[in-house]
Write a protein of this length. Structure first.
Length: 121
């Protein structure tokens, strides 16, 4: 558990995480309905979890899996590069990062859930 104290849920991000949990995007809220309370494959997911200085959309500790949802704000070169660096950094720490566009969550939830399940170890 030493690792947790070094990189997870850093205190200086506590208020921001709480704020983000209270204002989920529609896509985050929709996917959360399917992930919360261990109802998806018995796995425990948290939302707006922080690892290092990144606040990630969804995290499953058992699987070391990070799920990120991307809206229109992510569709420009600067955001794409920031997301690439973010994913590379998190993957370098031993996490698996998967990304979905918001519209995918609404238009093809079954496919999203299948990809999440296939990402389990």
């Amino acid at each position: 558990m030493k690792e947790k104290s070094k990189v997870h849920t850093l205190k200086h991000l506590k208020e921001k995480r709480a704020e983000l949990r209270q204002s989920l995007t529609p896509a985050e809220a929709f996917l959360w309905k399917h992930l919360k309370s261990r109802q998806f494959e018995g796995r425990r997911f948290t939302r707006q979890h922080s690892i290092k200085n990144y606040i990630i959309d969804f995290y499953c500790a058992k699987e070391r899996l990070i799920i990120e949802l991307d809206g229109e704000v992510h569709n420009n070169e600067l955001a794409i590069e920031k997301d690439r660096i973010r994913s590379k950094t998190l993957e370098g720490l031993g996490y698996k990062v998967i990304r979905f566009e918001n519209k995918m969550v609404f238009e093809n939830l079954a496919s999203v859930l299948m990809e999440i399940k296939e990402s389990f170890k």
